[in-house]
Design a binder for this molecule. Structure first.
Ligand SMILES: Nc1nc2c(ncn2[C@@H]2O[C@H](COP(=O)(O)OP(=O)(O)OP(=O)(O)O)[C@@H](O)[C@H]2O)c(=O)[nH]1
Ligand SMILES: [Mg+2]
Length: 494
């Protein structure tokens, strides 16, 4: 029972009230309207955000007796895209609705509609992008977010793009739209919102509090993928470092939404117990991990120097994630690096020996894939891994030409190379996956325009022109190299 005044009632935090159903809260709100109005926008927002079973407003007559009752309830997903149903107004005395039976039937309808989407995943997400740049390819960006989500095993139930002139500082989008999303989540049974943005800790908190849904941003999604893929000690440290750096500003205040905030997907976040340790402990751990990482990386660079003494030229495969880099390494060297139609299948660098037709050899390495707007924390943690690319004699840029966004991907990769000061290194472009490119005429043009060699990494027979080009440019560039002091002339003896 809540007592308000003639203007408003204030509903307390209902977070602790959980009904047996995950859908409706098991609470109905019956309140009086003194000015004879029907249900207001605020009433309907409360209905939605609080997942109330029903909201009713009873008019109060001059004599203080109850007048008409206006009621509304949420409705399951429907072709009209409606969120609620306004019931026929009626006098309280004439209402003979068996409420419990009614609401149970409604709850079952929700369950049935939700059940239409059969998934194994416990994480069922709505993807959200708020677009302020009318020229930006927001569809492409959401498509990539979908792939990222799929790579963590999250089921994507819906994706929503909202165009706005500017971001709302608190919620990114308008409150009205966010309320709609809450109802949509209820209708389709989603329990997670993934934003195609980097959200500030305060934004995540406000949105999570407002929607009572778990909220994740693009950075956290990518961190989650990395956490799943890290196998080597080095990779695991790099990822944990990035996770802790991401977490640090989010530990600033203790908040009830904390577990929703930082739990990560399926428990791959740093976990509840670790969250309780304070910021100082987090910083200490960061320091320790950084030291360990340094010593591992030192060991690796020593091993690399040994390898260089053998003076084999090094080719490094680079490119956007999921373009077929590992597949190419496997086909070229008959190795078996894990390849998968998932983003960031490879995290740990892998080297293998490549034998050219004329018996010359090279080392070819495969490394972590690139992505646009890599979270700052990950970029920092993986910087050393990427800086090793500096020791390559030649970069092999693999591009998935079958991806409609491949030009954007080329730009993203080249921007990262520039950041790493690698943009002057010799680089050969290949267009991969030509087997699924629809039009060979268009492909020929593209190859000319981008000076790229067409291949299908799955099919060794398509790789001859690439091998020729690799061998000739390596050989040439090694000869250039041999003019420099310290380089080993052995390689040119063949
Ligand atoms: N159709 C087709 N698919 C390919 C080709 N090359 C690779 N793929 C597929 O593309 C997906 C990604 O391949 P990977 O080799 O794992 O890609 P990657 O660039 O190493 O990806 P990450 O390590 O995740 O960054 C896999 O499902 C491959 O089978 C190709 O030439 N044609
Ligand atoms: Mg790979």
């Amino acid at each position: 029972m809540i007592i308000g005044d003639h203007r408003q009632i204030v509903i307390p935090d209902l977070g602790a009230i959980r009904s047996s159903s995950a859908r409706l809260r098991g609470l109905r709100l019956i309140h009086t309207h003194l000015d004879g109005e029907r249900l207001t926008g605020d009433d309907l927002t409360d209905l939605a955000l609080l997942r109330l079973d029903m909201v009713s407003a009873i008019e109060v007559g001059e004599n203080g007796l109850p007048g008409m009752m206006h009621s509304a309830h949420l409705i399951p997903e429907n072709p009209g895209g409606d969120y609620w149903l306004l019931m026929e107004p009626a006098y309280v005395s004439e209402t003979d609705l068996n409420f419990l039976a009614f609401i149970q039937a409604l709850d079952e309808q929700f369950a049935r509609r939700q059940g239409v989407r059969k998934v194994d995943s416990t994480e069922r997400a709505i993807l959200i992008r708020v677009e302020i740049d009318p020229l930006f390819d927001s569809e492409g960006s959401i498509a990539e977010l979908k792939e990222l989500a799929r790579s963590t095993g999250v089921a994507v139930f819906d994706s929503i793009i909202q165009h706005r002139h500017q971001y709302d500082p608190r919620y990114l989008m308008g409150k009205g739209k966010l309320s709609d999303i809450v109802i949509r989540a209820l209708q389709i049974g989603a329990n997670l919102l993934i934003f195609d943005h980097e959200l500030s800790p305060a934004q995540v908190r406000s949105i999570a509090d407002f929607t009572e849904l778990k909220v994740i941003d693009r950075s956290q999604l990518i961190l989650d993928i990395f956490a799943r893929r890290a196998h080597s000690r080095e990779g695991k440290i790099q990822v944990e470092l990035a996770q802790l750096q991401y977490l640090l500003p989010r530990l600033a205040t203790k908040n009830t939404a904390m577990s929703r905030l930082t739990g990560g997907i399926g428990g791959t976040g740093p976990g509840e117990t670790k969250l309780e340790i304070n910021r100082r402990r987090v910083r200490e751990r960061i320091g320790r991990l950084e030291r360990e990482l340094k010593s591992i990386q030192k060991g690796r660079s020593q091993r690399r120097r040994l390898r260089q003494k053998k003076a084999l030229p090094v080719i490094s495969i680079i490119g956007y994630t999921n373009t077929g880099k590992s597949t190419l390494l496997n086909t070229l060297t008959r190795s078996s690096v894990l390849t998968e139609n998932l983003l960031f299948a490879t995290l740990d660098p892998k080297s293998s020996r490549l034998r050219f037709p004329r018996e010359r050899e090279a080392i070819i390495t495969d490394t972590v894939g690139f992505i646009r707007n890599l979270p700052r924390e990950l970029a920092a943690a993986f910087r050393a891994t990427l800086e090793e690319l500096d020791e390559a004699d030649l970069l092999l840029h693999v591009i998935d030409v079958s991806n409609p966004g491949f030009e954007e991907q080329i730009l993203a990769v080249e921007r990262i190379l520039e950041d790493l000061d690698l943009n002057r290194k010799k680089c050969i472009r290949v267009f991969n996956k030509v087997d699924i490119f629809p039009d060979s005429g268009v492909l020929d043009n593209l190859c000319r325009r981008f000076d790229a060699i067409p291949i299908s990494a799955l099919n060794p027979e398509t790789l001859h022109p690439l091998l020729e080009r690799l061998e000739s440019s390596l050989y040439r560039c090694r000869q250039d190299h041999n003019a420099l002091p310290g380089s080993n002339p052995d390689i040119t003896k063949h």
